[in-house]
Design a binder for this molecule. Structure first.
Ligand code: DON
Length: 583
């Protein structure tokens, strides 16, 4: 059955290739599979943009490993998905190395410049100036993407930097056909982007109009920046001409990033945070992401119930999810930050006994109020904006796996491009807590743990994840954009697969819900039944007044023997795709 499905999918989607400028003979792509995954026995790349997936699959076809493919995909997304793919942002990469049976977490999150300070976004009245935090030159942390991708390639890749950068350089220099998604997202961001002359020049036509679907976008300055990286490696970005262009841009308009900030940018390899969930080992990003810690905390709470017997997205099930989410996000507001600046109680938060205590507080018949829930460790002995991030997963036939989420924070970051260098800057400084209790762009509140300090990394929710089965074999790589909602989205992917036995496509398609303590509101996607919503209301839950669309997971699942791969690109973002090498 799976075999015949595979043939049907392969043949029909092979034709899709002809409509792309970067035609490839080595990759099959499947745009946004719905209820069936694309199947392959040769490795796979899944990302939010089809051309970039194809670039990664071509690298696999040429003998590259999952890390080579991931780095090539990451650089290609910086060209073809400029709202989230980036050189000017940062992110996290989880790498599972089959030969050593080891998983590492590469932290290439942005760092606050040395001259950043705790109150830098407060106005004369002591209130947060959101415009300054989100859309100014000071919104940017020191970019980590280039250093991160290069670190991954140097440490765990097999190909040269030139080989993995070449496809991105060609896409930027020769141009590519603008997708529906690129056309409409640029249109949506036009007002902000037009305020910055460089962004206007790079992403709109000479008369200022947006690119239509099918028109060609050429990015000469970006191609030149990528060339400098290909030639000089890390110093092609953090020193020399690119660095000069970044610093000049900062100095023109009150930005803080200096040459010293750029040369002292540091990639950090961390140990992933791993925990057991119903016999599977779940490994995800540790702080400065809050993702891994709180996903494990919620899974620990939920493990105490037989979720499958409640029925998927029944009111009883959603109630348990919401109450677990409420408690985890309350803890996030107090205990999570950059571990190099604040002692994050990872062991306490992911402790099964702590989860049991939280579970026992949950009334199974009635919703609690967030106003009554405080960060939980205090009781023990211890201690709307348009948004865009993007996830991609790669898997090779030797069993190496990459799960990567990176971002500019908002869609197209701060909207400010570096003149002459062709790329957008992040607005990640808004992920700090600019003032205790004041919500950031995702409604998240924080305090001292996530206060701004020089050199510190803003707290993130990005949750690249790899799941291993009882025998220790990797069986799933997944992750998502979605700001504060990322953690609960990724967790629901895991629950759908582990508790409800869905395949990766069904798990992706299933309607999602979200709660984050504050605001005290249940967000839900279309497809949660009206009856269920009514029961939840009767239990006292406050439901959002309209449906949301939550995240965009890009996932690969595998059998325990690692012989087959099943990939699903999330249909929630148009243009995403699975690509497999066919050589
Ligand atoms: O690191 C974070 O948590 C945020 N900067 C992520 C932003 C994001 O996911 C936007 N995407 N929809």
């Amino acid at each position: 059955m799976i075999k015949s499905l595979f043939n049907a999918v392969s043949i029909s989607f092979f034709l899709v290739l002809s409509s792309f400028s970067l035609a490839s003979e080595k990759a099959i792509i499947d745009p946004s599979a719905r209820f069936h995954p694309l199947v392959s026995d040769r490795g796979m790349v899944v990302s939010q943009e089809m051309l970039a997936s194809q670039v990664g699959a071509d690298i696999l076809a040429r003998g590259g490993n999952a890390v080579d493919a991931a780095v090539a995909t990451g650089f290609a997304l910086a060209v073809t998905l400029p709202r989230a793919g980036n050189l000017g942002g940062g992110g996290f990469m989880l790498v599972h190395l089959a030969a050593e049976n080891k998983t590492v977490a590469i932290d290439y999150r942005e760092m606050a410049p040395a001259s950043a300070s705790r109150d830098m976004f407060l106005d004369a009245e002591g209130d947060v100036d959101n415009k300054k935090a989100r859309y100014s030159m000071q919104s940017s942390g020191v970019p980590g993407t280039v250093a991160g991708l290069l670190h991954a390639l140097d440490s765990y890749g097999t190909m040269s930097l030139k080989q993995v950068l070449q496809p991105a350089i060609e896409l930027a220099a020769n141009g590519f056909k603008v997708s529906m998604d690129l056309s409409s997202s640029l249109q949506a961001r036009q007002q902000t982007m037009h305020k910055n002359p460089a962004s206007k020049e790079y992403f709109y036509k000479a008369d200022g109009a947006g690119y239509e679907y099918g028109e060609t976008l050429v990015q000469k300055h970006l191609a030149a920046t990528l060339q400098r990286i290909a030639k000089k490696g890390r110093s092609g970005f953090y020193q020399g001409k690119t660095a000069q262009l970044i610093v000049a841009e900062m100095q023109r308009s009150g930005g803080l990033i200096s040459h010293k900030d750029l040369t002292s940018y540091r990639v950090i390899e961390r140990t992933p945070v791993c925990g057991d969930y119903r016999g599977n080992s779940v490994c995800a990003m540790p702080p400065p992401s809050s993702g891994g810690v709180h996903m494990l905390q919620m899974l620990n709470i939920l493990e105490g119930w037989d979720l499958a017997s409640l029925g998927h997205n029944s009111a009883a099930y959603i109630h348990r999810l919401v109450e677990s989410m409420r408690r985890a996000y309350a803890d996030r507001s107090s205990y999570l930050g950059d571990p190099d600046y604040f002692p994050v109680p990872v062991a306490e938060l992911t402790d099964k006994q702590y989860a049991t205590e939280l579970r026992e507080q949950i009334n199974l018949a009635k919703s609690s109020r967030s106003a009554d829930i405080r960060p939980g460790l205090d009781n023990r002995s211890a201690g709307k904006e348009s948004t865009e991030t993007t996830h991609f997963s790669t898997w090779d036939r030797w069993g190496n796996v990459v799960s990567n989420t990176y971002t500019l924070n908002f869609s197209y970051g701060s909207g400010i491009s570096v003149t002459g260098a062709g790329f957008l800057l992040n607005n990640e400084m808004d992920d700090f807590s600019a003032k205790p209790g004041s919500p950031n762009g995702y409604g998240l509140v924080g305090g001292i743990a996530n206060a701004i300090e020089p050199g510190k990394r803003p707290l993130s929710s990005m949750t690249p994840t790899i799941v291993f089965d009882k025998s220790g074999a990797p069986i799933l790589a997944t992750g998502s954009p979605g700001g504060s909602t990322i953690i609960t989205i990724v967790m629901q992917m895991l629950l759908n697969i582990i508790d409800f036995d869905m395949n990766v496509a069904e798990a992706t398609a299933a309607p999602r819900i979200h709660h984050q303590w504050l605001p005290d509101r249940v967000f839900y996607e279309a497809g949660v039944s009206a009856d269920t919503l009514q029961v939840l209301r009767e239990m006292g839950h406050q439901l959002n007044d309209k449906t949301s669309r939550l995240g965009a997971t890009q996932s690969i699942q595998s059998d325990s023997d690692g012989a087959m791969f099943y990939g699903t690109a999330d249909y929630r973002r148009e243009g995403s795709g699975v690509a497999i090498p066919i050589k």
